[in-house]
Every structure is written in structure tokens, then in C-alpha cells.
Design a protein around this ligand. Structure first.
Ligand SMILES: C[S@@+](CC[C@H](N)C(=O)[O-])C[C@H]1O[C@@H](n2cnc3c(N)ncnc32)[C@H](O)[C@@H]1O
Length: 260
């Protein structure tokens, strides 16, 4: 029996994230997303550097994790997301802890959007690989940025988040090596969120590293830095579950600047 193809157009993506919103929010609100809190979140904030007083656009802000972190550091943040369900949770967080973040439901593929403004910086935290029109998103983000501004992004690592991906484990179940294949297949892959009674699936794009660099450069960005965050020995001692993130790179981070 062949599986139905996973749809990856803006409407399907919006509906999928609306369905996943509660599970996704719970994953963070309960602290279970420790990879984010103890590993790649701090790494991306470090890459952003000083943000005090900067006008920042958070692209694919979801329930607002990265927007809030930037706002706590003194930035004036606008978060956009295609999913009204995700934005509703972000606004709920803003009501509980007001940080002055402005949230808008918007397909990043439709940037630039009237009335959104011009930004000193843009950021995107593990969201671009979930967007159907990535080249248009890069071009659109660039057009909302002032000259010389940066776009600091994280994506699931294209070299390890491949359509075929399985851990080889020892007799005790301990992860030994990650087996990957189909790296060159530009396929839609499914993420399952298991925090609710029903599993919820969201689609994402697998593209190669070469694809990503092509999209970035042709949109008019230059690459200032590339990071592959790895948890420290202390972080693993505190949270042994992070050990697998020190075996292979899970997240790719890029510091981009609008080309002169
Ligand atoms: C994995 S979540 C990341 C959310 C948030 N940045 C975080 O760190 O928790 C991916 C997000 O991308 C959003 N998204 C997908 N396609 C989009 C698009 N075309 N425009 C804006 N947001 C989009 C989804 O709705 C979802 O909230």
C-alpha cells in the first residue's frame, strides 16, 4: 500500500501547523524541548550578538520562543507565522508576560508585506525548512532589511536530517551511529508530534547544503559565519539525553548579511 504523498503547499502547511499548535506549544511550555533550551537556542542567541534597540523580524516565529528571547534582550520584535494557531499561542504568552512583541499571521513567502516596516535584523529559528517557497522567503526577507542588516538563521542540518535516517543501536539500545541515505532526494519529510492523544504530522523540505547556499546567495545575502552547535561536556553531564547531539550535527546556523 503506498502512502499518500505529503502535501507541501502554503495551505497544507498552515493547516498542519494549526493542528500541531497545541502539541508544539506543550512541548516547549513543559520544558520537554531541552534541545532548544540547553543547546541550540542559546547558540543562536549567541550568534545574534547584541540586539538591544534593534528592530528584528522573527520569520516563522511559531509560539514565539525566539521572539521572546530577543525581546527580553531589549529588541523590538515582530514575529510572523503562517499558522493562526501558532500565533494564537504566541499572543497568549505575550498576554502572560508582556514584552512588547508584535505578532502577525503572514506567509513569509508573501514578504515584503505592506505596513510591516523595515528591520535592522531578521532571525529564523528552525523554521525555514518547514516553508514551501524558501527562495521567495529569502528574497522577501532581504527586501524588508535595511542595507547591511543581518539574517541569523537555524535550520535542521541538511546533511543529517535526510529522508532516510535511522539510529544504529547496541544491544542495550544505546545509540551507536546515525545511518543516513537519500541525501540528494529533494523530498518532503514528515515530523510527528506525539504530545497529544492523536499524532500530528507536519511536512518539511529536505534540500541539500548546495541548494541552501544557492538560495541564500542568489537572494543577495553573503555568509558571515556558519555554526554547527554541539552540546558541551557539562551540558551532557547535566542532561545525558543531549549526547546524540554531540555525535552528529543536528542544527545548521548561518549568519547572513545583505550584500552591498
Ligand atoms: C518548527 S516551527 C518553529 C517555530 C519557532 N521559530 C520556534 O523556534 O519554536 C516552524 C514554524 O514555521 C511556520 N511556517 C511554515 N511555513 C511558513 C511560511 N511560509 N511563512 C511563515 N511561517 C511558516 C510554521 O507555522 C511553524 O510555526
Amino acid at each position: 500500500v503506498s502512502k499518500p504523498a505529503l502535501k507541501f503547499d502554503p495551505e497544507s502547511v498552515r493547516d498542519a501547523w494549526d493542528r500541531a499548535a497545541t502539541a508544539y506549544w506543550l512541548h516547549q511550555a513543559t520544558g520537554r524541548d531541552y534541545y532548544r533550551y540547553e543547546f541550540f537556542g542559546p547558540a543562536q542567541l549567541l550568534l545574534c550578538g547584541e540586539v538591544q534597540g534593534q528592530r528584528i523580524l522573527d520569520v516563522g516565529c511559531g509560539t514565539g520562543y525566539f521572539s521572546r528571547e530577543l525581546a527580553r534582550r531589549g529588541a523590538s520584535v515582530t514575529g510572523i507565522d503562517i499558522s493562526p494557531g501558532m500565533i494564537a499561542y504566541a499572543k497568549r504568552e505575550e498576554a502572560v508576560e508582556p514584552l512588547g512583541v508584535r505578532y502577525e499571521v503572514l506567509d513569509a513567502g508573501d514578504l515584503p508585506a505592506p505596513g510591516l516596516g523595515v528591520f535592522d535584523m531578521a532571525a529564523s529559528c528552525v523554521a525555514l525548512q518547514d516553508m514551501p517557497a524558501v527562495p521567495a522567503v529569502f528574497r522577501g526577507v532581504r527586501s524588508t532589511l535595511r542595507p547591511g542588516a543581518r539574517f541569523v538563521i537555524s535550520i535542521t542540518h541538511p546533511c543529517t536530517d535526510t529522508p532516510y535516517r535511522a539510529w544504529d543501536r547496541d544491544e542495550g539500545g544505546t545509540k551507536r551511529a546515525l545511518c543516513i541515505n537519500r541525501y540528494f532526494a529533494r523530498e518532503t519529510i514528515a515530523y510527528t508530534w506525539r504530545d497529544t492523544e492523536d499524532d500530528v504530522v507536519t511536512p518539511a523540505l529536505h534540500a541539500t547544503l548546495e541548494d541552501w547556499f544557492g538560495w541564500i546567495l542568489s537572494a543577495g545575502f553573503q555568509v558571515l559565519a556558519l555554526r554547527e552547535p554541539c552540546p558541551t561536556a557539562e551540558a551532557i553531564a547535566h542532561r545525558p539525553q543531549l549526547r546524540d547531539a554531540a555525535m552528529v550535527p543536528y542544527i545548521l546556523m548561518l549568519d547572513l548579511a545583505v550584500s552591498p
